[in-house]
Write a protein that binds this ligand. Sequence first.
Ligand SMILES: Nc1ncnc2c1ncn2[C@@H]1O[C@H](COP(=O)(O)OP(=O)(O)OP(=O)(O)O)[C@@H](O)[C@H]1O
Ligand SMILES: [Mg+2]
Length: 395
Amino acid sequence: MDPVLNPYAPGAGTPPPLLAGRDTILDAWDVVIGRAAAGNPFQPIVLSGLRGVGKTVLLLAFRERANQAGWPIELFEARPAGDLRAQLAEALPPMIRTVNKRWRNKQRAERLGRIAASFARAVQARLLAGGFRIELEPEVGVADSGDLETDLTELLVALGEGAREEGLGAALLIDELHEVPPEQLSALVGAAHRVNQERLPVVVSGAGLPPVGRVLSEARSYAERLFSIRPVGALSPDDSRDAFAAPAAELGVVIESAALDELVAISGGYPFFIQSYGKHVWDVADGSPIDLEDVALSRPRAYRELVDSFFRPRYDRATPAERRYLHAMADLVDGGPMVSSTEVATKLGHDQPGRVSPQRDGLLTKGLIYAPERGYLAFTVPQMERYLRDLTERP
Ligand SMILES: Nc1ncnc2c1ncn2[C@@H]1O[C@H](COP(=O)(O)OP(=O)(O)OP(=O)(O)O)[C@@H](O)[C@H]1O
Ligand SMILES: [Mg+2]
């Protein structure tokens, strides 16, 4: 069918035609911002999930909802080994613009602008180079100590006090939160804790790979109580059916029930896979209804694209020794969610796991695997084990 009309949207952070199966979490977010604005205690949401499960599109939906409520809200992605102050400072100018537009108390809005300028001062040179600029004179003595936690707390408190007076809230959403270096994460959690203690309507939320909950509590022991860590995973079979069927139905195209079952099964309910298989089956089909034959015809094409865009780029980042480690993991996973690192070492012919820990550490750093529990490992990419097992050439 006409690829121009194809409704499916495989991509990174590309909003799907139907955000299936996420009503509960969206409702939870509405409760958070409602409670925050009302001055009630709240637990900011942190999404935790594998690659391609839809964390970023959920954050976008969070942003949309807070925006509709009139909140200044910024979303940015933490970069590996990045500088959180610089990234926050980049996110500030648009936030300050919104504050200037929305807050009735212009004096407070202006003061917040000056505090933001103070906060950004330490990284101003870089900000200007990046084309960003806060045009205000800094507020001397506030948010300019050079200590990230102190400065961020002062900034968020000023934001929260102003927002409270306006009967609104404000939020910061940080994607790839697990990438924030521990010391900076600790400062961020500390600042979020402080505004929370003062019941200020500032919500610091985010998303990250599954270690994110542990990374947060390693940064600050109370982090797991401060935030509500929400796992985001594959969609249920019913929600997966909706995710395939509804966008087609919207355009007058029916997917036969057996074809739907097959699509749900091969995608495993993983959102990114749903969009990819949906896209290809649409392109291959001659017209409505889409049937099993269309699914069979499109499946290899969809899989090839998944290999090229999802699996292989990650596999290619591993060294040959790391790849052997990945294969050993894949052979051991066997449908379960994780494998023991001791077993991986044994499989690689080593009695002591220490011998292969450089490979394991390399893969952890590259974000290809994570440790769900001490001594256990899992892939950050859904169905990675199947891809690895299907590879004919092994290192
Ligand atoms: N609830 C959903 N229903 C249907 N499709 C979805 C849903 N959530 C996400 N998608 C689709 O899945 C794909 C991946 O979404 P997204 O980029 O948000 O995932 P992610 O978890 O942020 O991945 P990564 O960890 O790689 O950043 C996109 O193509 C998106 O359109
Ligand atoms: Mg993402």
